[in-house]
Design a protein around this ligand. Structure first.
Ligand SMILES: N[C@@H](CCC(=O)N[C@@H](CS)C(=O)NCC(=O)O)C(=O)O
Length: 212
């Protein structure tokens, strides 16, 4: 059984969502953000020195980083049709988008969040941040094109990873020029497993900003 060290209202929602999609057995250990700083509590550092969530434990292994966790869970709990095999011609295309979400696309959204603290002093940075947001969302929009899902037009680990970027985009009202990204986010947020993850993991404020 997988143990998920789950920080409330955080990226670890998507790990619970994946586990629900796969109907994999798991238990949750809950951590609460500090109400003022939104930082994780000290106890999470006892699980992993970075003190970030998600963290999973399974068979005496401790694993951090959403993309690694998603890959691990899919490798252990999904059937073969859920993700490509290494010998498949599109395997590296899959890997690319899997890692792109946290490796690149999320950066301008985090900058927007962090620079908010500066109030008006952040203004000179905003054009660059928003041009990067447009750059990444344009790329994702063209990758998705008219399909329902990003990879082989079927729900995959990529959707789990990219969802957080799209939720950040929705929050910053950057999705309007990209109707196909708005539509896929709705598709994610209307899945039963997405809602089940909220029931088990508690409130997820990024879900509330949807236009559902
Ligand atoms: N790239 C990491 C990011 C992990 C991360 O920063 N998690 C946030 C939650 S969304 C966190 O733990 N924040 C609390 C803190 O920094 O104290 C991943 O995708 O797993």
């Amino acid at each position: 059984m997988i143990t998920v060290h789950h920080l409330n209202d955080s990226r670890s929602h998507r790990i619970l969502w994946l586990l629900e999609e796969l109907k994999a057995p798991y238990e949750i250990i809950n951590y609460q953000r500090d109400k003022l700083t939104r930082l994780a509590p000290q106890e999470l550092k006892e699980i992993h020195p970075l003190g970030k969530s998600p963290v999973i434990m399974h068979n005496n292994k401790t694993i951090i980083e959403s993309a690694a966790i998603v890959t691990y869970i899919i490798d252990h709990f999904a059937n073969e049709s859920f993700s490509p095999q290494q010998q498949d011609s599109d395997y590296y295309e899959y890997l690319e988008l899997m890692h792109y979400a946290e490796g690149s696309a999320i950066t301008p959204f985090l900058l927007l969040l962090y620079t908010r603290i500066l109030g008006d002093n952040a203004k000179p940075l905003l054009p660059r941040i928003f041009s990067e947001i447009t750059n990444h969302l344009s790329f994702l929009s063209s990758k998705l094109d008219k399909n329902n899902f990003f990879f082989r037009n079927e729900f995959s680990g990529i959707d789990i990873m990219v969802s957080f970027v799209l939720e950040g985009a929705q929050l910053s009202k950057s999705l309007d020029p990209f109707p196909n990204l708005q539509a896929i986010l709705k598709r994610y947020q209307s899945r039963d497993a997405y809602h089940e993850a909220i029931k088990k993991g508690g409130e997820y404020s990024l879900a509330k900003h949807s236009n559902n």
